[in-house]
Design a binder for this molecule. Sequence first.
Ligand code: NAP
Ligand code: ZN
Ligand code: ZN
Length: 335
Amino acid sequence: MNLHTFAATSIGANLEPKSIEVEPNGTTDIVIKVTHCGICHSDLHMIDNDWGMSNYPLVPGHEVVGEVVELGSQIKHLKKGQRVGVGWQRSACLQCDDCLNGNENLCDENQSTIGNGYGGFADHLIIDGRFAFALPDGVESKHAGPLMCGGITVYSALRHAGMTSGQRIGVIGIGGLGHMAVKFASQLGNEVVAFTTSADKFDEAASYGASEAVNVKEENAFEKLQRKPLDIIISTVPASIDANAYVNLLASDGTLTFVGVPEKPLEIELFPLLMKRRRIMASPIGGRGIMRDMLKVCDTHGVRPVIEEFAMKDVNTAMKKVRDGSVRYRAVLKN
Ligand SMILES: NC(=O)c1ccc[n+]([C@@H]2O[C@H](COP(=O)([O-])OP(=O)(O)OC[C@H]3O[C@@H](n4cnc5c(N)ncnc54)[C@H](OP(=O)(O)O)[C@@H]3O)[C@@H](O)[C@H]2O)c1
Ligand SMILES: [Zn+2]
Ligand SMILES: [Zn+2]
């Protein structure tokens, strides 16, 4: 079939309309008619080949929502006409220990929606049907896209860092991922501190549930926090941060978890970790089980991303806003 996509044909290029001929495999693949697609900062990293794993033409888009229009013979849990969402992952081996333990996102053979195929900036997406998720009726399509990568990434990272309720949780970077982390943590009954480089985000962070906001650019910004330690801090920033300063804000047994990847390797002082048995970890997206759990939590607790909508044809305008950090808080393309 002919996919009508918006593709980058070289590193860092603007997206241009491109027809691509590709066929579903007839067994495990499904075809989705794309209605909406969120834009994640990882789409930018991939267009720019920041991680050295991009193939061109590259069709970005891994927060995809649409309607199933064709099903492979082995896909029985979905039906034609059903509304589904797809995230970063397009497939996995489904037979290794990680896959069998429900951690398909950790599988050595996991494939990405935009690195190992063509993504959702298109009229149709072809994907392994086992990595398409039925969406709760209560979650509108325009909101579902950003949950499929941004949402699951912060939800899974926070859960695996031990988030329950009644804790004190810090969120570094109030962008696409960060604003959803504030919402998940606060809706699930935690006290949230937002760490931002943008003082003009204070009020919005408060409206998403943060009880305190810290302008990290201010001198001595962390001083007043030191007496009220945080159980978990999540960094969603795609740049280097002062990790040692954040470690010192953690309670004993507290965890600093990374989902945004700093540009440079971390230089960590060990004693502040050791003396309080603190941990540092990092977390990629989420497996299929926790994805279903997250969608349920969004449905029952009303967690929704704050979005700016753009027509698919205006993808470069939207991309520019993602690049300059002016989107509040997730751009969503609409066909
Ligand atoms: N681990 C995973 O599986 C996974 C999944 C999805 C995305 N990611 C990664 O997570 C990161 C965040 O993605 P996103 O879509 O949330 O990005 P985003 O919407 O651009 O938000 C990033 C936020 O980080 C803060 N920031 C501080 N310094 C920055 C700098 N030098 N450049 C850009 N932002 C800066 C800004 O918040 P303030 O204004 O509040 O400071 C900004 O809004 C990206 O690196 C992305 O690739 C990881
Ligand atoms: Zn993403
Ligand atoms: Zn596997």
